[in-house]
Design a protein around this ligand. Structure first.
Ligand SMILES: C[S@@+](CC[C@H](N)C(=O)[O-])C[C@H]1O[C@@H](n2cnc3c(N)ncnc32)[C@H](O)[C@@H]1O
Length: 291
């Protein structure tokens, strides 16, 4: 399943497909990754991507150097707490420099699918898992979603969302969904969510399958899911078992795939494209937890 071959047909509906081959133009690294101006520039913060020849790690080991007031710090891309603590740094690294496009891509696909199903965005009651500093919430809000509750495991994420995008979320819970405090669990159960959104947060030691399954449990039957996942994880397993769980859920019909779209999530530090698949699905039953 999910075999990548030669179509280049962009997003379309259906449950199984072959993904388009990588556009060779994207693999030719002719330009140097550079930081462009953003909020951090005004604060004397500079981002330097390391020389890719000295980097041989995986996506979750990537790092950059950040010069703050003349002092240089090496920051791993997955050290979100440190990144969120500096206003604009997350946007500077991932959006300006590495050209990430995932919040916009996933939310646009959701918007299009909802339109095709005559669902107005303001009918959604969204649970956003791994909400970070609110970039996805902001995209949803721009599209007319009125009710969004965020969950993230990091206090720094909630602080950054309140600082940078106040008012986007109705509530922001800093909890581990696999063992939430009773009061938070009760609050979330009362919300009757009909949509789960999670962007750039599955696999790679971020959200584990158990937390995604717990979020999925909070969604009404027939509710919508909008998420993305690294393309490779739909074909082979990541260490977390995420890919296996999603593949099995689609195979078993626990998730009904409504639409998907393979796209360039961002550039790696060596300038190579990292491809993800955005999926829009409907909840049909509980997710299988695969060992
Ligand atoms: C790459 S960021 C993505 C943030 C946001 N979705 C976006 O697209 O800008 C991944 C986020 O997942 C969060 N995260 C990691 N593990 C988590 C967990 N077990 N439960 C909730 N959030 C988690 C991280 O704290 C981080 O904010």
């Amino acid at each position: 399943m999910w075999g990548g071959t030669s179509h280049n047909d962009g997003p379309r509906r259906g449950s199984r497909r072959a993904y388009p081959a990588v556009d060779p133009k994207e693999t030719v690294r002719e330009r140097k990754l550079q930081s462009s101006p953003s909020a951090t520039a005004e604060r004397g913060v500079e981002v330097h991507i390391p020389d890719p020849s000295g980097f041989a790690g995986d996506q979750d080991e990537e790092w950059c150097e950040v010069a703050i007031d003349g002092e240089t710090h090496r920051i791993r891309f997955h050290d979100y707490g440190r990144i969120y603590a500096i206003p604009g740094l997350y946007e500077r690294i991932f959006y300006d420099t590495l050209e990430c496009d995932s919040p916009q891509t996933v939310c646009s696909l959701l918007e299009r699918v909802l339109r095709e199903h005559d669902v107005a965005p303001d009918e959604l009651r969204v649970l956003e898992l791994g909400a970070g500093n609110g970039m996805v919430g902001e995209e949803l809000e721009h599209r007319g979603v009125a009710e969004i509750v965020a969950v993230d495991i990091l206090e720094e994420a909630a602080e950054a969302a309140a600082r940078d995008r106040p008012g986007v979320y109705d509530d922001y819970k800093v909890i581990d969904l696999t063992s939430p405090p009773d009061r938070d669990r009760h609050d979330l159960e009362q919300q009757e969510f009909n949509c789960l959104v999670t962007v750039a947060a599955l696999g790679f030691g971020d959200i584990p399958p158990e937390a995604f399954a717990a979020a999925h449990d909070l969604i009404e039957p027939g509710g919508w899911l909008a998420f993305n996942i690294k393309e490779d994880f739909l074909q082979r397993d990541d260490n977390s078992g995420f890919g296996r769980m999603i593949r099995q859920a689609l195979d078993d019909g626990a998730l009904e795939l409504v639409d998907d779209h393979r796209y360039r999530h961002r550039l790696a530090v060596d300038g190579q494209p990292i491809h993800y698949v955005a999926l829009i699905a409907r909840k049909r039953s509980e997710l299988p937890l695969v060992a």
